[in-house]
Write a protein that binds this ligand. Structure first.
Ligand code: FAD
Length: 416
């Protein structure tokens, strides 16, 4: 069989590794000009490999396969060195969260180090390249996919028996174009995460930051909505993000400059059912409403007690915002957020206070809106010859899950 793989990232690596010793002819089309500039963004950025059943993707990947793939990457490093750890340093902390109704997200992590990353990728590429059935095409951006009967044509030119699309998030242009042509490919787009960025003094979460590698917990609030934390920034800064027609908040840490506060997102997953099919529209409208109240290009800032009691904030007390002054207005988030979302966030903070005393202090700060959109989930059953793997499929969000997705897809093809 002649198979095209579009993109050479984590998902493609999993697919090719499983396929490399077969008779199938594999053609890899990668838009980067060579292997040195190819962009496995995660591998390039931090190279942390996570093993977890609770984060990384929505497909079922057993822990044995995850460990096997971690080992695969580690084996490709020059000296086999890596740092290893667990998301919870102490069992007591885990149990404390659990006993209060939280779902603590557990993961093992393996940090292979930025300096080794280029070389890992290169070693994998060298290993694949020597196989006679594997052909790399760099500087080869795919702009069009057309499934016709038993073949798939790419770029109106080359035809293949199967096409595996593994373009990650950076391939959104190609995905959008394909979805526009075949809207039935989308199986799930009913979710959006809406919430706030929460900011507290460092000392309140000092122990938490020491004990947890990444502060990731979920909680089913009394409203029925799931609430989760995301993107914790010890000694970090709150920033705004401009989406063109609205502004949201985000947080980051700087390497040298440190603040006295820690910030993290508290997000409520809003899942609506049919006939609703526009989560981006719903999220955008709430963001625009917040911006309308705050003034152009600004976000709303409120103290926790005022948010809880539905009062406009007029003064701050002990916690001073790390967001630049001209980017926020003191106000009332309740005027923009639906009640169910506000109640879910309050319930989450009040309950969290049982594990982290001080987290519900009156003068802690909330910034709104913070929004996370989900990628469209694509259906791999729609076209027999056209498959989507890794982050572009909407089902993975990590190196190990994306690699596993490619691996499992190859397995499916080999055994079908
Ligand atoms: C800044 C950052 C840091 C991250 N850190 C981590 C981390 O530490 N650990 C972790 O597990 N995950 C991390 N992630 C997530 C991780 O990078 C992804 O989940 C994973 O790389 C997804 O694999 P993929 O194969 O789906 O896509 P990618 O690895 O992104 O690969 C897609 C490839 O397709 C190519 N491509 C795109 N469009 C086209 C086209 N039209 N034609 C041809 N080629 C195309 C791209 O150039 C790219 O090489 C991080 C992500 C980011 C953005």
């Amino acid at each position: 069989m002649k198979i095209a793989i579009i993109g050479f990232g984590a998902a493609a690596i999993g697919f090719i590794e499983k396929m490399k010793d077969t008779e199938h002819e594999l053609h890899i089309f990668e838009k980067s000009k060579d292997i040195y500039s190819s962009s496995i963004s995660g591998i390039r950025a931090d190279g942390k490999l996570f093993v977890s059943k609770e984060m990384g993707g929505d497909i079922d990947v057993d822990v044995d396969l995850q460990n096997k793939l971690v080992q695969y990457y580690i084996d490709k490093t020059e000296d086999g060195k890596f740092e290893q750890g667990s998301s919870f340093a102490s069992k007591e902390y885990y149990e404390d969260f659990y006993s209060k109704g939280f779902l603590p997200i557990h993961s093992e992590f393996y940090h292979i180090g930025t300096d080794q990353l280029k070389q890992v990728l290169y070693t994998i590429y060298e290993d694949f390249k020597v196989h006679n059935n594997i052909h790399f095409h760099f500087n080869a951006e795919v702009q069009d996919i057309e499934p016709i009967a038993n073949t798939v044509i790419i770029n109106n030119r080359d035809s293949f028996d199967r096409v595996i699309v593994a373009v990650g998030r950076s391939g959104h242009k190609l995905i959008k174009k394909t979805i526009n042509k075949f809207p039935d490919l989308i199986t799930d787009n009913t979710k959006v995460d809406l919430g706030v960025r929460y900011e507290v003094p460092n000392h309140i979460v000092e122990e938490l930051n020491r004990e947890m590698y990444e502060f990731k917990i979920k909680y089913k609030s009394k409203t029925g909505y799931m609430v989760r934390t995301f993107c914790n920034n010890p000694s970090g800064f709150v920033v705004t993000e401009n989406y063109g027609d609205f502004v949201t908040v985000n947080g980051h840490s700087k390497l040298k400059e440190k603040s006295r506060n820690t910030n993290f997102a508290i997000l409520t997953t809003v899942q609506l059912t049919e006939p609703f099919n526009d989560p981006i529209g719903y999220g955008s409208h709430i963001a625009q409403l917040s911006n309308l109240l705050a003034g152009e290009n600004k976000v709303i800032l409120q103290t926790y007690s005022n948010f809880r009691d539905s009062k406009r904030t007029k003064h701050l007390y002990r916690v001073l915002p790390t967001l630049e002054k001209e980017k926020y207005i003191l106000g009332d988030i309740n005027l923009a957020f639906p009640r169910r979302i506000a109640e879910s966030i309050i319930d989450f903070i009040e309950n969290l206070n049982h594990v982290i005393p001080g987290i519900a202090n009156e003068d802690n700060l909330l910034y709104a809106p913070e929004i996370k959109f989900y990628s469209n989930r694509l259906d791999n059953a729609n076209f027999f010859n056209l498959k989507f793997v890794g982050d572009c499929s909407g089902s993975t969000r990590s190196i190990i899950y994306a690699t596993a997705h490619g691996w499992l897809m190859a397995d499916e093809i080999l055994t079908s």
